[in-house]
Design a protein around this ligand. Structure first.
Ligand code: SDX
Length: 431
């Protein structure tokens, strides 16, 4: 915990309270209000946690004003161009970039955990074929607690390690199986001779009837998408994982809770919603109509893939993702993709519109990812599952960090009660 070198004085009804202030490595100071209720009988009030630090962490730092994203101090654009996803996983989990030997051992470990218990295949067959892959992922990842009892004890460091490796290794297999199940194709087993991203593409797009060779450029683009989504400080789904973990729930239940939260269109579901929006716009000449709707207070429509609670300048992930979109579409010979054309013109129209500039609304990570994923052959229903499998390492890293925190206690927010004051029951004949 950072030490307090200064404090703030809060005065309520003539009574003053000293509140310690902690200064971080980077970012805003924090005001420690933990003793405020006990001392003053007053709660703080912050729906949506716009001004609340829920924990301390050493994993990821975001500077929304500068458009900075650091994982253990390393900028995301450097990791996206110089590293690869499993190395970033190691960095997030253990705090330092691995040596060549450490990386080799880690990659071999993850590779040999990619198969799932054969009995889980029967579990999959209980779903309808048209189930949304996210519904299957929430169920299947939660159900891992029913198949891997030997890694559910959160008080056993060895079991925490095994559960971490199993989740990072098996969630892509589950995501690929959810896709295969939805299109009526047989499951494709993981292959130990393929790297993480190539293995996922192979499990999604190979069929038993013929050999499927993964294009290395697409595998690289896939790996970059995984890296760009790996972790992102205390976002809604990570906070969900931390809250679930604070009750002592097993790791599979906690990650399933994170997947459930990520599914929402305001969060990880935005990549699917964004591409569906771009398709609804259809042609650049309809962009003004949708810009007007996004600005209309009486219209609930929002530009999906725009805006962010923290980034008020630009989302550094969107910048890298846009470059990747150009590369993948050039490779696939679809650089004239009409949807990409709409996306680029929409981005320019919004960035030049005072409404979006004043409200600091810029493209976020979800704006371009869907364009790449669709070009790769994924249906929109698989966009959020890709986000979820990428973010699993971030959730796990934050879960491990919280469990190791001696200050950890069950998360239990209070409320501003505006309901009816106490009253007596009225018998039905008197109502
Ligand atoms: C992710 O937290 C994370 O780190 C998340 C994430 C991660 O990696 O985990 O980065 C991933 O979830 C990215 C965000 C994906 N969601 C979308 O693209 C959905 C569209 N965006 C919005 O719903 C919204 O911008 C949020 C949810 C992302 C952020 O919402 P905030 O911070 O609560 O902001 P707000 O809703 O209070 O909006 C501020 C103003 C409002 O207008 P006023 O009430 O002040 O007049 O901006 C407007 C909003 O109406 N606004 C938008 C808008 N986003 C905000 N107007 C039009 N289009 C939009 N997209």
């Amino acid at each position: 915990m950072a030490e307090s070198k200064k404090s703030a004085t809060l005065t309520i009804d003539g009574q003053s309270y000293e509140l310690p202030i902690y200064s971080p490595t980077a970012g805003p100071d924090v005001l420690d209000i933990r003793k405020l209720y006990a001392q003053s009988g007053v709660f703080t009030y912050d729906p949506g946690f716009t001004s609340t630090a829920a924990c301390d962490s050493t994993i990821t730092f975001i500077d929304g004003g500068k458009g900075e994203l650091l994982h253990r101090g390393y900028p995301i654009d450097q990791l996206a161009s110089k590293s690869h996803y499993l190395e970033v996983c190691y960095l997030l989990l253990y705090g330092e970039l691995p040596s060549a030997t450490e990386l080799e051992i880690f990659e071999a470990t993850i590779t040999r955990h990619t198969m799932i218990h054969e009995q889980m295949h029967n579990f999959f067959r209980g779903f309808r074929r048209d189930a949304h892959p996210m519904a299957i992922m929430v169920g299947a990842v939660g159900a891992m607690a029913a198949f891997y009892h030997d890694s559910t004890d959160i008080n056993d460091p060895h079991q925490r390690e095994i559960a971490s490796h199993r989740l990072i290794a098996k969630v892509p297999t589950i995501a690929a199986m959810a896709y295969k199940y939805s299109i009526g194709q047989p499951f494709v087993y993981p292959r130990n001779d393929l790297d993480y991203a190539a293995n996922f593409l192979h499990m999604c797009f190979a069929v038993p009837a013929e050999e499927y060779v993964v294009d290395p450029i697409l595998a690289r683009a896939m790996d970059r998408i995984f890296t760009l989504h790996a972790d992102h400080e205390q976002n809604a789904s990570t906070s969900t994982v931390r809250l679930a973990s604070s009750s002592g729930a097993n790791p599979f239940a906690c990650i399933a809770a994170g997947i459930a939260c990520l599914w929402g269109p305001a969060h990880g579901g935005a990549n699917q919603a964004c591409l569906e929006m771009l398709k609804e716009i259809g042609t650049p000449d309809r962009i003004p109509e949708f810009i007007a709707r996004a600005k209309d207070k009486d219209d609930p429509f929002r530009l999906m893939g725009f805006g962010h609670r923290v980034y008020k300048n630009f989302d550094p992930r969107a910048t890298v993702m846009k470059q990747s979109a150009d590369e993948v579409l050039d490779l696939l010979g679809v650089e004239n993709n009409p949807i990409l054309q709409v996306a680029k013109e929409l981005e320019q129209a919004a960035l030049n519109d005072p409404y979006f500039a004043d409200k600091k609304l810029f493209p976020n990570v979800d704006f371009y990812s869907g364009i790449i994923l669709e070009a790769m052959g994924f249906p929109t229903s698989m966009f959020t599952p890709v986000f979820a499998l990428s973010r699993t390492v971030g959730w796990i890293s934050q879960w491990k960090e919280q469990l190791a925190d001696p200050q950890m206690k069950i998360g239990r927010p209070r409320q501003l009660y505006l309901g009816t004051a106490m009253r007596d029951y009225v018998d039905i004949e008197n109502r």
